[in-house]
Design a protein around this ligand. Structure first.
Ligand code: FAD
Length: 309
């Protein structure tokens, strides 16, 4: 831990953006426009989510193709294996490969909502990782999800750490975490995973604060801790969306600053919720990008999956 804190002047942080697949074709077009604009901010990569169960598989593949080949953005495709037969997984990987995509976030996905068993060929994300490595060698950089605040289905922290190590041993190249606001907990968690031999890059998942209601709701869904100082600042102004966004930006920027100074991370991954303004405000505040003159805000909706972010 002491060693991690010693990097007083880390190089400038890099960043990336997550987008989810919209439900309508108009939504898809709006998102392409937004992705094109956000390209100018110079993210290292962008990623496109996958709807567990494969419902939106062709749309994710299509968007990965457009983003990687047409817009020229380095793209990471999420791929889940819940309810996915190996043939469907192979088809998705082939399409990603043909698009020129070289990055996969390999996930299990949340279990079927009706409580039934998954009908997929792989039980855990580690099985999907092993499959990709076996069949595609080093073509894909493989990312995995991680849970500094725990996973809702597993109460034991030791088990959760152990399963993360298994995913790394299966061939993962980088980690993206669930959203969180408790930086002290995150820093302790980083030290723990380094201690058990997880040595790949850790990318923290950053969820900007746009409205008080969404902030509290998402934290509750994800079962993550909200530090008291966030509530102290935001509670008294919760009905003023403008102020919540301003103060929320300050809080999240302070958090990002502390993360970078911890020495464990040098890259911030933003859950954009298909919106740009709140993310841009944080990057401006951190002086990672030049001030952007006009902020355009179109649409935006809830993440299509259940509770893990
Ligand atoms: P796993 O690592 O396989 O873990 C699943 C569960 O099984 C956990 O409870 C774990 O503790 C347990 N487990 C793991 N290995 C073992 C083992 N060997 N023995 C016993 N138990 C084990 N969902 C989507 O549907 N689409 C997305 O695009 C998407 N993107 C995400 C991006 C990020 C950065 C994150 C953090 C989550 C994302 N999710 C997404 C949600 C994710 O699919 C869920 O959190 C899911 O419940 C777990 O996925 P996983 O890949 O972490 O699974």
């Amino acid at each position: 831990l002491a060693q991690a804190h010693s990097s007083a002047n880390p190089p400038p942080a890099t960043f990336s953006f997550e987008f989810f697949v919209p439900k309508t074709s108009q939504g898809v077009q709006n998102l392409y426009d937004r992705m094109d604009r956000m390209y100018d901010l110079n993210p290292i990569f962008i990623d496109i989510t996958w709807n567990a169960g494969g419902r939106s598989s062709s749309l994710t593949n299509e968007m990965v193709y457009t983003s990687q080949s047409t817009l020229g953005l380095e793209t990471c495709m999420h791929l889940t294996c819940t309810n996915m037969k190996v043939e469907l997984i192979e088809e998705a990987l082939q399409k990603a490969y043909q698009s020129g995509c070289q990055n996969i976030l390999a996930l299990r996905g949340d279990p079927p909502l009706d409580g039934s068993e998954s009908t997929g060929d792989f039980k855990y994300a580690k099985d999907l990782i092993a499959y990709i490595r076996k069949n595609y060698g080093d073509h894909f950089n493989i990312g995995v999800a991680a849970y500094p605040e725990g996973h809702p289905e597993e109460r034991s922290e030791d088990n959760t750490l152990h399963y993360l190590k298994e995913k790394c041993d299966a061939g993962a190249d980088f980690i993206i975490t669930q959203m969180f606001y408790d930086v002290d907990n995150f820093i302790k968690w980083c030290a723990k995973i380094r201690k058990i031999g997880v040595d790949i890059p850790i990318i923290p998942g950053i969820m900007p604060i746009s409205t008080y209601a969404a902030f509290v709701r998402r934290a509750k869904w994800s079962e993550i801790n909200i530090p008291q100082h966030f509530l102290d600042v935001l509670d008294p102004i919760k009905d003023d969306d403008y102020l919540v966004r301003e103060r929320g930006t300050e809080l999240v920027s302070e958090m990002c600053d502390k993360l970078i100074k911890s020495g464990f991370v040098n890259h911030l991954h933003f859950y954009t919720m298909n919106l740009e303004r709140a993310t841009i405000m944080i990057l401006e505040k951190l002086n990672i990008i030049e001030p952007v003159k006009s902020h355009e805000v179109i649409g935006g909706a809830e993440l299509p999956w259940r509770k893990s972010l």
